[in-house]
Structures are given as structure tokens and as C-alpha cells.
Design a protein. Structure first.
Length: 398
């Protein structure tokens, strides 16, 4: 059979490294810190069941019908209201588009903004899902390294300044970044906003973890400082449940018009039944109380992982200490390779994500990501002991 004539833009596409790793971790005796998964014991199963029953009983025929592209208006208003009350952003429902998770939001933004050869500025390391979503539109990726409190400002000024093709987009996860767990400090946020105001870049601020802070104070959004030159992404995956596949884009009117048209060509609208059940759940229950429960659990799991690393991991290894979110980021001594460690760790029945896939310009071979949310205290203790044993063995043979 002749080869198919696939579009050129698909030639360099690769499957998600993380999704492929998860196949290796399906055996029940493997302790996995690999997937970026919420903890299923915290999903509001009974409450969601009750909400679904109420919606079907009251409006079954209507909620199983097609709907509008933008999404269920009361749900959009609820999201806008939380932005106004929690973030001080002057947002109304017309600026909210419901998406199939924030991942679809990234794809739609790529569709409306990125032409082949356009420059897109990413954090280094960067969220793998964003790399995958944007790569399909054939940009030139450039990067700005992350320091402990946010981007390297000198490097960012250089990337945004004259003498180079100005980036079309800057993609950022300022709160508890995936993969590093790093958050931008208040000072860095202000400085980054000043640099972006002097550029032509549109900022895509992805905030799936922002409500999962368990240490420190709430910090302002980049979008609040940048106004019309910023787009915000959010998700119910981390604060309710990922299986409903509902997120959103918050964007200025001119951007929203293009997004709605692009979404119509993609899937007409996000799952309307899920939207209605979610809204019913949010109306009948205290979302903030549910989030406080998640924060308490994840905070304890984060503390347990840090403590076990301090007790068992060799001193040559360093790691981040996130104030929220779902991830820690480890850096090995320069002579070690995370992929080699992965193979050794699997033999010890523990898994993680090597860091290299989060870099678009090479590097990351000595780094790895650990997820602490999808576990419990006992598995964290056992898993870190196993991982530390693998690291010590690798060090001894280096």
C-alpha cells in the first residue's frame, strides 16, 4: 500500500511522552509520581450524581440537545464573578468561552494566532501540553529560563527586544508551574508585565493550579496588569474533576470573536450536559469548601514528599519547594541522566517523568518531575525511598 500523503505540519509530531510513560506504570505494584493527576479520592462523586439526577429530572430533553458555542450562560457568569471577586478583574460573561479542558484553549489560541514561522516565547522548562498544542501550527519556539521566583528578566528583555523577530505569543504558568512547581514572585510579575507592555506579544496566562495554594499569599495575575494584551486560561479539572473535560478562555472581545469561530469549526460546542451538571453541582454545593479540602490534602502530600526527600535523597540532588499545585522538580548532579535513572527506578517499581520533554531547545537531561497529588502519604514514603535507592545506585556507578 502506498504511503498516505499527510500534511507537512504533522511530520515532526510526537506522541505525549507522559502519556506513553503512563502505560509503563499501569501495574499495581508500581508507585507512580509520573502523571499530572488530581487525587480521585477527592472527586465529589455523590454530589455530582445528585446534580446529574436533578438536571435530568428537571430538563432532560433540553440538556441532551445541541447548544451554543460560547457555553451555558450561567456557568460563564459564575466564572466571571469569581474573577471579579477573587482576582479583582473586570470580567463579564461575554469574555468567557467554555472549552474541552484548557488544553482545547491552547489549540484554539494556536489556530487564531500562530502562522508557520511565527515566534512563540515559552518558559524553560515549559508545559508539555502547550508545546504539543502550539507545535502543530509550526512556530519558532524561543525560551526564557525560569529562576526560583520566575523568568530570568535579562534573558526575557533580550527575547522581547529589538534585533529579533518579536514573539507573537508569550505562554506562561505563573502559579505553581507545570513541570517545575515554581511561582512568579510579586516583584517578578510586575517586572514581566512591564517588559511585555513594551512588546507586541500577546500573553497567554495559563492558571490551572492557581486555586491550589497552600503556602503564602494570593498574588495578582499578569492579565490584570496587561489588560487587552492578555488571555487567561482556566480549568475545572484540578478543582472539581478532570473527567468532565471543562475549562475556559477569558479573552478580550476582539480575540473572543475569532475564538468562537474557530471553536465552531472544531466541535460546535463543549459538552452541554457536562456544563449543566457542573453548574448544578456548583449551585448546590460550596466550591470554596471543596477547594479547601483539596488544598489541605495536597499540602500534606507535598510536605510528606519534601520531608522524605530530605531524609533519604543524596545531598547532591536539589528540588523545588512549591507553594501550591501538584509538582516538585528535581535536579540531579551533572554526571547523571534522568532517562537512565528512569529505567533503574522502574526496576525499583517507582516512576517519574524525565525532564527533557519539557525543553524545546535541548537540555533537561538531569531533571525530573514528581507529582505528589495523585498519591497518599504511605505511597509517597515508600516511593521516595525506592527512588532515592535508585539515585544512590546511579551515583555509585557514575
Amino acid at each position: 500500500m502506498d504511503d498516505y500523503s499527510f500534511a507537512m505540519r504533522t511530520q515532526g509530531l510526537k506522541r505525549s511522552f507522559i502519556r506513553e510513560i503512563l502505560k509503563v506504570t499501569e501495574e499495581p505494584d508500581v508507585i507512580s509520581f509520573a502523571g499530572g493527576l488530581p487525587n480521585p479520592t477527592l472527586f465529589p462523586v455523590k454530589e455530582f450524581s445528585a446534580a446529574a439526577a436533578r438536571v435530568l429530572a428537571a430538563e432532560g430533553e433540553r440538556v441532551l440537545q445541541y447548544s451554543t458555542t460560547e457555553g451555558f450562560p450561567p456557568l460563564r457568569e459564575l466564572i466571571a464573578k469569581r474573577y471579579r471577586e477573587r482576582k479583582g478583574l473586570q470580567v463579564d460573561a461575554s469574555q468567557i468561552l467554555i472549552t474541552n479542558g484548557s488544553q482545547q484553549g491552547l489549540d484554539l489560541l494556536g489556530k487564531i494566532f500562530i502562522d508557520p514561522g511565527d515566534s512563540v516565547l515559552l518558559e524553560r522548562p515549559a508545559y508539555l501540553g502547550a508545546i504539543q498544542a502550539f507545535a502543530l501550527y509550526e512556530p519558532e519556539f524561543r525560551t526564557v529560563p525560569l529562576e526560583e521566583d520566575g523568568p530570568d528578566l535579562d534573558r526575557m528583555e533580550e527575547e522581547l527586544g529589538d534585533g529579533k523577530k518579536s514573539p507573537k505569543l508569550f505562554y506562561a504558568v505563573p502559579n505553581f508551574q507545570n513541570p517545575s512547581g515554581i511561582s512568579y514572585s510579586r516583584e517578578k510579575r510586575a517586572a514581566v508585565a512591564r517588559l511585555l507592555k513594551g512588546s507586541g506579544a500577546v500573553t497567554v496566562e495559563d492558571d490551572p493550579y492557581g486555586e491550589l495554594r497552600f503556602i503564602g499569599e494570593e498574588l495578582p495575575t499578569l492579565a490584570g496588569m496587561l489588560g487587552e494584551r492578555a488571555v487567561l486560561l482556566g480549568s475545572f479539572s484540578k478543582i472539581v474533576a478532570p473527567g468532565i473535560r471543562l475549562g475556559w478562555i477569558c479573552a478580550p472581545a476582539q480575540v473572543m470573536e475569532r475564538l468562537v469561530t474557530a471553536k465552531q469549526g472544531s466541535d460546535l460546542h463543549s459538552n452541554y450536559f457536562s456544563q449543566r451538571v457542573l453548574y448544578q453541582y456548583l449551585s448546590d454545593n460550596d466550591l470554596d469548601a471543596h477547594i479547601r479540602r483539596i488544598r489541605a490534602a495536597y499540602g500534606a502530600q507535598r510536605d510528606a514528599m519534601v520531608k522524605m526527600l530530605e531524609l533519604h535523597c543524596p545531598p547532591e540532588v536539589s528540588w523545588t519547594r512549591p507553594e501550591g499545585g501538584m509538582f516538585l522538580w528535581l535536579t540531579l548532579p551533572g554526571r547523571l541522566d534522568a532517562m537512565e535513572l528512569f529505567d533503574r527506578a522502574i526496576k525499583e517499581r517507582v516512576a517519574f517523568v524525565p525532564g527533557a520533554p519539557f525543553y524545546v531547545d535541548g537540555g533537561g537531561s538531569t531533571t525530573l518531575r514528581l507529582n505528589f497529588s495523585n498519591s497518599d502519604l504511605a505511597r509517597i514514603e515508600t516511593g521516595i525511598i525506592r527512588l532515592s535507592k535508585a539515585i544512590k545506585e546511579l551515583l555509585a556507578g557514575a
